[in-house]
Design a protein around this ligand. Structure first.
Ligand SMILES: NC(=O)c1ccc[n+]([C@@H]2O[C@H](COP(=O)([O-])OP(=O)(O)OC[C@H]3O[C@@H](n4cnc5c(N)ncnc54)[C@H](O)[C@@H]3O)[C@@H](O)[C@H]2O)c1
Length: 348
């Protein structure tokens, strides 16, 4: 089957050499599978880790993995991030030069249902990865944080210099905890780390619990599309190939020690957080109308109240990412959704 186009990766003259061996956690996940594929394209040896848990259909995770397993330079480790000895053993044998840590219990709403899943994967799991990085030093721990750390903040666009002390879901609290954990390890053990605050990522091979997927399923089944906060929500949607580009540019650019304290996001430790978004929020109705045009269907809408733990708008200030990497995500919504729709038609 022909691969659908997934957008044109932007070119940048100052791309730096990547580490020879990289551990990618959450490799069977939406973003992890795209990152691993891109690293393999770049000639990097990848150890991909995932526990293939059933939070959503593991068949989808296995299908993403199937596209990686036979590629030269790829190895898969079926392991749980919460299993400290297993994580340490993987570091000891594979000896990664750097780590892209994307494995996590995801989803804002599910964190109200099963908080312990977040404690295990996101807190214990993160602690195990950080400890392994301490004992088997790496050049960079690049990890997924989330735009949800901005929580109840109302100043838009969201910028890294803003204080982020008011998470509105446990998911967000675990992501903020990861950032603080990483800062402490950067300060105490000199572990260079970057927390990437992803803003609603979408594209081919995405997740069934995300809006674009849910809207598409409802649209094609002729069911009403649920729009929370009566559709009055805006999201800074980021195309997955743009996120991957940000990852490969950030990975060789580990932060260095010795900076000045200039706000909540900067200290002398080799640590940074960086927004990874497009900086152009779109309304839920814009998404629906674009999908209607792509699938040539008319949507019925179900207007619902705001859900607990949801934020009304996310809007990324991407100047930090641009300053560090010379790059900002820019795939237009219509182009990214067209690639998603092409994938949906080919694979679903
Ligand atoms: N997709 C987005 O819009 C978005 C936005 C903000 C942040 N993020 C973050 O980006 C990262 C990747 O997200 P995604 O959308 O690809 O989600 P995903 O659920 O598709 O991928 C996460 C992967 O981690 C694996 N995993 C979960 N717990 C594990 C454990 N205990 N041990 C081993 N593997 C485990 C899962 O099986 C899954 O394959 C996550 O850390 C997520 O919090 C994603």
């Amino acid at each position: 089957m022909n691969e659908p186009a997934i957008g044109t990766p932007p070119s940048h003259p100052s791309r730096l050499p990547l580490p020879a061996r990289v551990l990618v956690t959450g490799v069977a996940g939406f973003i992890g599978s795209h990152v691993a594929a891109r690293l393999l394209d770049e000639g990097v040896e990848v150890l991909g880790l995932d526990d293939l848990n059933p939070y959503y259909d593991p068949a989808l995770k296995r299908a993403r993995l199937a596209r990686l397993v036979d590629r030269p330079g790829f190895r898969f480790a079926h392991a749980d991030l919460a299993d400290a000895p297993a994580i340490d053993a993987l570091f000891a044998t594979f000896r990664p030069g750097a780590v892209v840590h994307l494995g996590a219990q995801v989803g804002v709403r599910y964190s109200l249902v099963d908080p312990n899943a977040y404690v295990r994967a996101n807190l214990v799991g993160f602690a195990n990865v950080a400890e392994a990085c301490r004992h088997h030093p790496v050049s960079h721990l690049l990890f997924a944080s989330s735009s949800s750390v901005y929580g109840a903040n109302t100043t838009q666009p969201f910028a890294e210099a803003h204080a982020v002390d008011h998470p509105v879901s446990l998911y967000a609290a675990t992501k903020r905890a990861n950032e603080l954990h990483a800062h402490a390890y950067a300060e105490r053990f000199g572990l260079p780390s970057t927390g990437m605050r992803f803003f609603t990522v979408y594209g081919p091979w995405s997740r069934p619990d995300m809006a674009v997927w849910g809207f598409t399923e409802a649209l094609l089944a002729g069911r009403p599309i649920p729009l929370y906060n009566h559709g009055e929500m805006r999201r800074d949607l980021t195309y997955v190939a743009d996120v991957v580009e940000a990852v490969v540019r950030l990975l060789p650019r580990a932060p260095v020690a010795g900076g000045a304290y200039t706000g909540p996001h900067r200290s002398a430790a080799p640590f940074r957080v960086v927004n990874v978004g497009r900086g152009a929020p779109v309304g839920l109705l814009d998404i629906v109308h674009t999908l209607e045009a792509l699938f040539e269907r008319t949507a019925a809408l179900e207007l619902l109240p705001l859900q607990p733990g949801d934020v009304v708008e996310t809007f990324a200030d991407v100047s930090e990412l641009l300053a560090v990497t010379g790059y900002r995500p820019s795939t237009p919504l219509a182009e990214g959704l067209a690639a998603f729709a092409a994938w949906w038609r080919a694979e679903r």
